[in-house]
Design a protein around this ligand. Structure first.
Ligand SMILES: *Cc1c(COP(=O)(O)O)cnc(C)c1O
Length: 421
């Protein structure tokens, strides 16, 4: 093999080995089933299908129409949604499309600030800024780690935004969607719920159901708690279906990723079958991990509220070095997680935030339950408090050996294998 190519293949193999023998705890990641992985390398990844099902700009799309039509109908079924668009190629792309559909430049929106857990795409300097939107931030209660609903309702009536955005990246508890609906109607605002992190939990009916609670639109990445291929989906009420579709194509997407659409269709079938069990286990694993870490003396936030209602567990590690240092120490022990800004951090010091965010969705996907969470809490504590990285790494590698298959799907054996022929 040509050496340059061999070096690339070797790096991919090394990457696979790292994830095969680590604890994958980044809260925004997951693994797909074997069937989905096969579809992602199919010929669909070479093709164009601008337009919508039955109305394409290119020839050769008959089978693509079948696939995309199925993805849409399974998504409607799973989320009980009136309208679905499966074409956004990422969560940020889906948010940009929603902003284009529902606002005009220079209008006002309300969204969560980044230090309070909001995503960068809700900010002026990112996707909201691409639409030239003015952003005001939700009033936030840092102790409760949630939006202050009363203050929010007063703010909606006072500043009369065009759009109210819910959803977050640091996301422990549901957001006050139903509380916002009446005030939104009074001032003529729409509600967008960004479900990037919690889409899989919503699919499994273990988190709030934004569309039922009054959101007009739900956007979401399809690869975080939803264990599908990287990409995104938009679900909405039928009265704005045309606006959303038009904002996706030709608004913000030219060609969508057809291999992703096929993979998504399969992931939707998996979630219709197994979603409830998977989501239930994911949340109960997060609660177990949080309470075990707390018992071991770590500063897990929101003890009074039971730590979490999602897949996330958040630690304040400022006593043990910054979040950046602790994340690197965890990596030395093959525990893959990330630092995170917390509400009480000074944003100017954002390279050294005090938080660590842990997710249980991928651990759940590979078959782990409460007893495994107890062991993992102990391993994490021995890194963060005792700084015993070398011994923990050896134990993580041997602990991981038994968990190599994806669960909650029809075809998940050897989920971390990479065979290059
Ligand atoms: C991850 C995330 C996104 C972005 O999704 P991508 O698929 O990475 O583009 C958007 N919103 C929230 C709340 C997120 O956490």
């Amino acid at each position: 093999m040509k050496q340059e190519i061999e070096e690339i293949i070797n790096a991919v193999k090394a990457h696979h080995d790292l994830f095969k023998y680590s604890l994958p705890m980044i809260a925004s990641e997951n693994i797909t089933s074997g069937t989905v992985r096969t579809l992602l390398s199919s010929d669909l990844s070479h093709r164009y299908a601008e337009g919508t099902v039955g109305h394409r700009y290119y020839q050769g799309c008959d089978h693509i129409d079948v696939i995309e039509g199925k993805a849409i109908s399974y998504a409607k079924k799973l989320f009980d949604a009136e309208h679905v668009n499966v074409q956004p190629i990422s969560g940020v792309n889906a948010n940009i499309a929603a902003f284009f559909a529902l606002t005009e430049p220079y209008e006002l929106i309300i969204a969560l600030s980044v230090p309070h857990g909001g995503h960068i795409s809700h900010a002026r300097y990112s996707a909201a800024g691409i639409r030239k939107l003015h952003v005001e931030n939700h009033p936030f209660n840092s102790k409760e780690m949630s939006i202050d609903a009363d203050k929010m309702v007063r703010m909606i009536r006072k500043i009369e935004p065009k759009l109210i955005v819910f959803g977050a990246s640091l996301f422990l508890f549901p957001h006050p969607v139903s509380e916002a609906r009446e005030a939104a109607d009074e001032v003529g605002a729409k509600i967008v719920y960004d479900a990037a992190h919690v889409l899989g939990l919503i699919a499994g009916k273990q988190f709030q159901d934004p569309l039922k609670e009054g959101a007009d639109v739900m956007t979401g990445s399809t690869h975080k708690t939803f264990p599908g291929p990287q990409g995104a989906i938009i679900l909405c009420k039928s009265d704005i279906a045309h606006k959303i579709d038009h904002a996706v194509f030709p608004g913000t997407v030219s060609n969508h990723h057809l291999h992703h659409v096929a993979g998504l269709a399969v992931s939707l079938v998996e979630m219709i079958e197994f979603g409830k069990d998977y989501a239930k286990q994911t949340v109960s694993n997060a609660k177990e991990l949080a309470s075990m870490l707390y018992e071991l003396g770590l500063n897990v936030i929101c003890e009074e509220k039971g730590f979490t209602e999602s897949h996330q567990v958040v630690l304040d590690v400022s006593e043990h070095g910054s979040g950046s240092n602790v994340a690197k120490e965890l990596e030395q022990a093959n525990i893959i997680a990330n630092k995170n800004l917390l509400p009480w951090d000074d944003v100017d010091y954002s390279d050294y935030p005090s938080g660590i965010r842990l997710g249980t969705q991928e651990l759940t996907r590979i078959g782990m339950r409460k007893s495994e969470m107890v062991e993992i809490a102990d391993l994490i504590k021995r890194v963060i408090v005792d700084k015993d990285m070398d011994r923990v790494k050896t134990e993580v590698i041997s602990f991981r050996k038994e968990y190599q298959d994806a669960h909650y799907c029809f075809d998940g054996t050897k989920a971390y294998e990479f065979n290059y022929r």
